[in-house]
Design a protein around this ligand. Structure first.
Ligand code: CO
Length: 460
């Protein structure tokens, strides 16, 4: 029997995030939800830290309401979200009571698959979220943040996968956020994982460097079960490879693909129009759609390059770009080779710029880097350079256990604090994740309702 390959559609989350900074409002994709639901995807990825943030910050949408609306229009397809382990949606670790309630409420509001990753691949940062996901009855997808370094060996990844399985992972995701995984690496790693555990494997990559189609093909040959793709108008460049193209190629090679071509065509036709609007207003920039092989050379993900540029521009120091670029991998090595993903990518990038502009390395460090050196983000893949750690921490001793164990519960306290303001636990969770944004959102929501109320009275 032909081996089946399943697809995760990313247009609602990663493609939207990678190409247009997550600016797609609900109304823009709503007309296609029923079609996406009928298309035969394994899952539709629709939520994550950035979606949540942008909903509250720019789109004046309640992210929970968005989720419920998507769920109502898509009863047949699994909804999937990306969760930053103990960081949940944010940039630092949260107490366990928040992690548990967040996962429980996400599932209650309609989430089926929770892809849980940690920026350091420290599995103790995944444990609580993973257990909560299983308890809530959703699929816990244990995730490897894929990177290359002298300490990131295939053996280590396989060991991690075994630990994830032990912790209750129902599927394994290899998350190549920078699009640096080549076809050979994909073939070898997927084969090794398949030998080690009997769990479905999902591969997630980006087209940034142009490797992605080849990488997916070799991963499929090695037995990968699920691939993440974006409907063609929102594919390529910093986004995922195109759904329809992968489906076409895989069918030609004899694999079974359950996608309905009439549906994917309808979705593509619709999103072409949406894409063109964002090209016209400048949100979608041509460079996001091109192939950029720089990160194969510098090991700096595409998103980080644009962050470096904008930081230097703000400081009027664009001429120092080459130095900052060379400094970035050095900072990463000093810090024990963290994978470059939120939040480590931002932390490393900012530090590289500081080191160059200060003319002395680690003369100034952010509070995040300091916390990192204290062990507040978990165990680093390799030890932090001891000299640098000493320079940053002085005589302070880093912690070795799980940082969240030192954090006081936050949920009940916040419930009390928000009495009369928060209308649900979902509101409380939004507030803990993004206090300022949520507060502003609650205020706007109230004003909007008061205005509508007055208006309807006048109208009546
Ligand atoms: Co991604």
């Amino acid at each position: 029997m032909a081996k089946k390959v399943q697809f995760v559609e990313t247009v609602l989350r990663d493609a939207n995030q990678s190409l247009i900074a997550t600016r797609l409002p609900y109304d823009k994709f709503e007309p296609m939800l029923e079609t996406i639901d009928k298309a035969g995807y394994y899952a539709a990825e629709c939520w994550g830290g950035a979606t949540f943030d942008v909903c509250l910050r720019y789109l004046h949408e309640d992210p929970w309401e968005r989720l419920r609306k998507i769920r109502a229009k898509m009863p047949n397809t699994k909804l999937q979200m990306l969760l930053r382990g103990q960081n949940v949606l944010g940039y630092s670790h949260y107490p366990d009571d928040f992690v548990k309630l967040f996962v429980t409420k996400a599932v209650e509001n309609g989430m089926d698959v929770i892809r849980i990753f940690d920026a350091l691949n420290d599995v103790k940062n995944l444990k609580v979220a993973m257990e909560a996901t299983n308890k809530a009855g959703a699929i816990a997808s244990g995730t490897i943040s894929y990177t290359t370094s002298p300490v990131h060996t295939q053996k280590k990844y396989v060991e991690m996968v075994k630990e994830l399985k032990e912790m209750g992972a129902k599927t394994i995701c290899i998350k190549d956020m920078a699009g640096i995984m080549g076809p050979k690496e994909a073939y070898d790693l997927v084969s090794a994982i398949k030998d080690a555990v009997d769990l479905p494997i999902d591969l997630h990559t980006h087209s940034t460097t142009g490797l992605a189609f080849m990488t997916y093909l070799k991963a499929v040959e090695a037995g990968v079960d699920i691939i993440d793709t974006a409907i063609s108008p929102f594919s390529g460049g910093t986004s995922q490879p195109a759904t329809e193209t992968m489906a076409y190629a895989l069918r030609q090679l004899g694999y079974e693909v359950d996608l309905d071509d009439a549906c994917t065509k309808k979705i593509a036709d619709y999103f072409k129009g949406v894409r063109d609007e964002y090209i016209k207003d400048g949100t979608l920039m041509p460079k996001s759609l091109t192939t950029d092989t720089q990160c194969l050379t510098y090991q700096v993900p595409g998103g980080m390059l644009s962050n470096l540029l904008s930081q230097l521009k703000q400081m009027n120091a664009l001429d120092r770009f080459d130095e900052a670029l060379l400094e970035t991998p050095k900072v990463r090595a000093d810090l024990g080779y963290p994978p470059l993903v939120t939040p480590t990518s931002q932390m490393v990038g900012v530090q590289a710029v500081r080191n160059v502009l200060d003319g002395e390395r680690y003369k100034t460090v952010s509070k995040e880097i300091k916390a990192y050196c204290r062990g507040e983000y978990g165990t680093t893949p390799a030890p932090i350079n001891p000299e640098i750690q000493k320079k940053i921490l002085g005589d302070e001793k880093p912690i070795t256990g799980r940082y969240a164990d030192t954090l006081e519960p936050v949920v009940d306290k916040t419930r009390k604090q928000l009495e009369g303001v928060a209308r649900s636990d979902e509101d409380v969770l939004s507030y803990i994740a993004f206090p300022n944004l949520a507060e502003k959102f609650f205020q706007e929501r109230k004003e909007k309702e008061e205005n509508t109320a007055t208006y309807s009275i006048v109208e009546a």
